[in-house]
Design a protein. Structure first.
Length: 223
């Protein structure tokens, strides 16, 4: 099977996770949610009572993380040791602290190494994150950068949280979205930005179905 690595980057609330997962399923590829990996590291830091801004302590607490991420699109489970933390990594507390943890260069190096290993199996693989096209897989066969206005993204996140049974207030979510964008795109190590050769898609006024059609065309090479 030929290697086809599809890098999907962009900020939160663009529909990125749903799209990447659905794309992987539709084209029969593996799927890796790299944000989930940074979230597990953050959960570990919070559980250990470590200040997420204390880089040395964060590195010490996460360097041998017993992290396992499923790559079966739609059924992926995220394990920390034997514990399934797939739900707990989505809490507002983890979300509020993940940018600090993911800004630590040594944490990123460890994660990137693991991500490259998971992507190296051959065949079709969809990796989703912030720095896939720029850092993790700079020679990916397909690079896509999804974006949308902060307001649209905050509304989508609010809806998503509520339908998953989590409390969500639109204004708070919007403030958190803007703050996380700022931190992710201004950090020194691998800031969020489109790769020069990425196809940029603004999803603000597009339905998920319309974006998905575009992604499938790009992924299979007919666009
Ligand atoms: O995509 P998700 O919202 O789960 O990502 C959580 C956080 O993990 C992002 O806000 C970002 O700080 C970090 N992240 C990253 N690099 C990636 C994926 C996620 O820095 N490749």
């Amino acid at each position: 099977q030929p290697t086809r690595r599809i890098a999907i980057d962009g900020p939160a609330g663009t529909g990125k996770s749903t799209l990447a997962r659905t794309l992987a399923r539709r084209i029969g590829g593996a799927y890796l949610d790299t944000g989930a990996m940074y979230r597990v590291a953050t959960l570990q830091v919070l559980r250990a009572g470590i200040d997420p801004d204390d880089a040395d302590a964060v590195i010490a607490a996460t360097s041998d993380l017993p992290l396992e991420v499923g790559t079966d699109a739609g059924a992926e489970r995220i394990l920390l040791g034997a514990e399934d933390v797939s739900e707990e990594i989505r809490t507002a507390q983890v979300t509020a602290n993940v940018s600090a943890v993911s800004a630590v260069p040594q944490v990123r190096e460890n994660m990137v190494e693991l991500q490259r290993r998971l992507a190296a199996g051959g065949g079709t693989v969809v990796l989703e994150g912030r720095d896939i096209g720029t850092v993790v897989l700079p020679d990916a066969e397909v690079k896509i950068y999804l974006t949308a206005s902060p307001e649209v993204r905050a509304q989508r996140r609010t809806d998503q949280d509520r339908s998953a049974g989590r409390d969500a207030d639109y204004d708070e979510v919007l403030a958190a979205v803007i703050e996380r964008d700022r931190k992710d795109s201004t950090r020194a190590a691998s800031p969020l930005r489109p790769a020069e050769d990425a196809v940029v898609i603004d999803t603000s006024d597009l339905t998920l179905e319309a974006v998905l059609d575009r992604l499938i065309a790009l992924a299979v090479g007919t666009d």
